[in-house]
Design a binder for this molecule. Structure first.
Ligand code: ADP
Ligand code: ADP
Length: 229
């Protein structure tokens, strides 16, 4: 379950400047589709429409055939997990921040999720700033570490659908590879929409959509796109 379809999706923040001018593609259940394209092409907008931060202005987005506009926000959030570019942490321990993915989770489940995201060693720490408020030094988390918290949260939540807004371009190569490995584990057997900044990070996607000037300029597997230049 969790098949996504974008059907002739139109969207503009400003009516004078359409961002998406009739986008159609599908993410079959359990598959991974990556969206690439120049900055400002509307990649993140697609994910915001799926999550219903905004609604499409023409066309439709469906999950298992149901229009997302007919799904309660709460239900939508239960089936979609999002690993955003910038993770905002709550004023509590890393473990609590992970547990937010599924409040009923046991300590053992939290630890297992933290291990997959390779953040296991400091789950009882507080993020920097928050720690200071309660007399502890707190941990200064790098962008990569915050992303691992988001990954652990998503592992715990285990939703059928995942949105990954890749932020790996800002990370050093080793961190990027480690995070990529964790993301690969999380996206296995889940319907995954990847917002990718580089073609090289989505070699294994089942399909890659190239967005340009409001439309789909190209689509295919990584191999097909490379072959066509
Ligand atoms: P991408 O993810 O491909 O870089 P975005 O989907 O973030 O692109 O943005 C597409 C375009 O929409 C950009 O030109 C951006 O400036 C504009 N945009 C994004 N969010 C808003 C917003 N909330 N209000 C107005 N314009 C926006
Ligand atoms: P992203 O995480 O993809 O960068 P943002 O929404 O923060 O998403 O920003 C995407 C682009 O949209 C940025 O260039 C930003 O300046 C622009 N943008 C965001 N909100 C607005 C807005 N309300 N009006 C105009 N442009 C916006």
């Amino acid at each position: 379950r969790g098949a996504i379809a974008f059907k002739d999706v139109h969207f503009a923040y400003d009516p004078a400047r359409p961002i998406l001018k009739g986008i159609s593609f599908e993410v079959p259940a359990g598959k991974t589709v990556a969206v690439v394209g120049p900055s400002g092409a509307g990649k993140s907008t697609l994910s915001r429409l799926l999550y219903r931060f905004y609604d499409v202005q023409q066309g439709a987005i469906t999950i298992d055939g149901q229009d997302v506009r007919d799904v309660k926000q709460q239900s939508l959030r239960a089936v979609i997990g999002m690993v955003p570019q910038d993770t905002v942490l709550f004023n509590d321990t890393i473990a609590y921040n992970i547990r937010y993915g599924r409040i009923s989770a046991t300590q053992a489940e939290i630890e297992a999720a933290a291990d997959i995201a390779q953040i296991g060693e400091f789950i009882e720490s507080l993020p920097e700033g928050y720690g200071a408020m309660v007399g502890e030094r707190g941990l200064k988390l790098s962008g990569g570490e915050k992303q691992r918290v988001a990954i652990a949260r998503t592992v715990l939540k285990s939703p059928p659908i995942l949105i990954l807004d890749e932020a790996t371009s800002a990370l050093d190569t080793r961190t990027e590879q480690e995070i990529q490995a964790a993301l690969d584990i999380v996206s296995q057997n889940r319907t995954t929409l990847v917002i990718a900044h580089r073609l090289s990070t989505v070699i294994h996607a089942d399909e890659i959509i190239v967005l340009k000037d409001g439309g789909i300029a190209e689509r295919g597997t990584h191999g097909e796109l490379i072959e066509r230049g």
